[in-house]
Design a protein around this ligand. Structure first.
Ligand SMILES: Nc1ncnc2c1ncn2[C@@H]1O[C@H](COP(=O)(O)OP(=O)(O)OP(=O)(O)O)[C@@H](O)[C@H]1O
Ligand SMILES: [Mg+2]
Length: 246
């Protein structure tokens, strides 16, 4: 469902920084892939390019056979709206809107029927365990609740690809675990293809496969067998190999 071919990114403002040096990666429909690697290795750059927030310097990205380099701006914005869901470390919720309105925003922007919107928000907020919070505002809820709200917003349009950059980076371990269980549930039940960037080996152990990036290049990847605990240990081993800060 996702094909990345020889992707390069050079930031040219000020000093030139070659953030991605030729990434090749394929992700199958329904996969749950983690991306790990040292700070500055290019993880966010990669995710921002997949999510069309940023553009590559060269190389191609195909999502469901569509080459994102070759479609117009208008097509790109429709594509983003219909196919992609995004979750960030700092939640990016709008304080002026209620939890309910934040979740519903993509459907409101799509001018969908109010009744449909209400039904979807109710059903999603139940899954996410935030149905009691719908009338509150983002500054009146906890970090874990805010991230669950952001996940609600990311999935309300039933995206085929969910992209998450450090979604647990600002959460305590309990909330972090809740959020990861939810992302795992969505991946299993809705078959939403999911890519997660994380520093956290526990969060990464929810994935089926973890890809390691170093200095803008894919370095290695490991797959989960039957046991999440064993996978967690394997990830730890890889990270210690990287001499990474945990
Ligand atoms: N907007 C930008 N302009 C110039 N250089 C940038 C920009 N964004 C990132 N970089 C550089 O590109 C490289 C990769 O950065 P990136 O943010 O992708 O790393 P990362 O793996 O996400 O790191 P972290 O784990 O700290 O979030 C770094 O050297 C960084 O300094
Ligand atoms: Mg980053």
């Amino acid at each position: 469902m996702l094909k990345i071919k020889n992707l390069r990114k050079v930031y040219t403002k000020g000093v030139n920084t070659e953030a991605l040096k030729g990434i090749n990666l394929e992700v199958e429909e329904g996969e749950f892939v983690g991306i790990m690697g040292p700070s500055g290795s290019g993880k966010t750059t990669l995710l921002n390019i997949i999510s069309t927030i940023d553009t590559p310097s060269s190389g191609d990205i195909l999502i469901k056979g569509q080459n994102l380099n070759k479609i117009s701006k208008k097509e790109l914005s429709i594509f983003r709206r219909d196919e992609l869901g995004m979750v960030f470390q700092y939640f990016n919720l709008l304080d002026s809107l209620s939890v309910k309105e934040n979740i519903a925003l993509p459907m409101i922007l799509n001018k969908e029927d109010v009744k449909n919107i209400d039904n979807e928000v109710l059903s999603i907020s139940k899954t996410l365990g935030i149905s009691e919070l719908l009338d509150k505002h983002p500054y009146e809820i906890s970090g874990g609740e805010a991230q669950r709200t952001a996940i609600g917003r990311a999935i309300i349009n039933k995206p085929s690809l969910l992209l998450a950059d450090e979604p647990t980076g600002n959460l305590d371990s309990k909330s972090s675990n809740d959020v990861m269980q939810l992302i795992e549930l969505l991946n299993k039940e809705r078959k939403t293809t999911t890519i997660l960037v994380t520093h956290d080996p526990k969060a990464a152990s929810f994935c089926n496969r973890v890809v390691f990036i170093k200095d803008g290049l894919l370095f290695n990847e490991i797959h989960k067998g039957d046991s999440q605990q064993q996978f967690f240990n394997d990830i730890l081993k890889m990270l210690s190999f990287f001499n990474n800060k945990l």
